[in-house]
Design a protein around this ligand. Structure first.
Ligand SMILES: Nc1ncnc2c1ncn2[C@@H]1O[C@H](COP(=O)(O)OP(=O)(O)OP(=O)(O)O)[C@@H](O)[C@H]1O
Ligand SMILES: [Mg+2]
Length: 195
């Protein structure tokens, strides 16, 4: 299967889950997340607003905020095309839909959180393999976001993929720009690809 066929196949797998399986899976992922050593004291972290059949993040995001963490969410960069910016989410946050129809915080310069200030970056994905290679929706947004981390410029940042177990495959085709993830959390377990 080529990259596009594999993406389609993996999207189908995910779509086949019931909403009950989805919500139960998200609760299990939250339980794993809450046990991470990095989250044992209040931190700044970035998550994402789940759409379609993605692992639901609404309850995860709310719970992380209730645990005392500061939450940031991605917005499409207004100037730097195809890049993301991360904005702090707070009681006064205004929301709007971006060009993909995904709700995002309205851009306010004072809410911008540089990647260097984040401890954890929760990353959506369509598929992942035995080496942490990741396949997303095909926009390259997270590959671009993670490029500086991959180059060793963000040593305090910990990227973590969130997925259902059915998104795991033995091996994904990888391109030069693809950034592999050090960890992925699924309902079943925490996959650690470091070392
Ligand atoms: N660091 C980068 N700099 C420039 N272009 C990039 C970079 N990373 C990815 N791209 C471009 O983005 C496009 C899509 O990449 P890819 O298929 O890997 O997306 P993806 O990893 O599935 O998506 P996403 O990261 O948004 O979830 C490719 O055409 C690639 O050339
Ligand atoms: Mg990629």
């Amino acid at each position: 299967m080529d990259r596009q066929q594999l993406r389609k196949h993996l999207l189908k797998q995910r779509q086949a889950l019931t909403s009950q399986q989805r919500n139960h899976g998200a609760a299990q992922v939250l339980a794993h997340l809450s046990q991470l050593p990095e989250l044992q004291r209040p931190r700044r972290l970035a998550s994402y607003h789940s759409v379609r059949a993605e692992l639901p993040t609404a309850a995860i995001n709310t719970s992380l905020q209730q645990q005392g963490h500061q939450l940031a969410l991605p917005v499409l960069h207004p100037v730097n095309t195809n890049h993301l910016l991360f904005l702090h989410v707070h009681a006064g946050t205004c929301w709007q839909n971006n060009s993909y129809g995904i709700p995002e915080p309205r851009l306010a310069c004072t809410d911008i959180v540089p990647l260097a200030e984040l401890t954890l970056l929760l990353v959506p994905l369509v598929g992942f393999d035995n080496n942490g290679n990741r396949m997303g929706m095909g926009g390259g947004f997270y590959d671009r976001t993670l490029a500086a981390w991959h180059a060793g410029q963000l040593p305090h940042l910990h990227p973590i993929g969130l997925a259902f177990d059915c998104q795991h495959v033995e091996r994904l085709p990888n391109e030069a720009w693809d950034v592999p993830l050090p960890r992925v959390i699924t309902p079943a377990k925490i996959w650690d690809f470091r070392s």
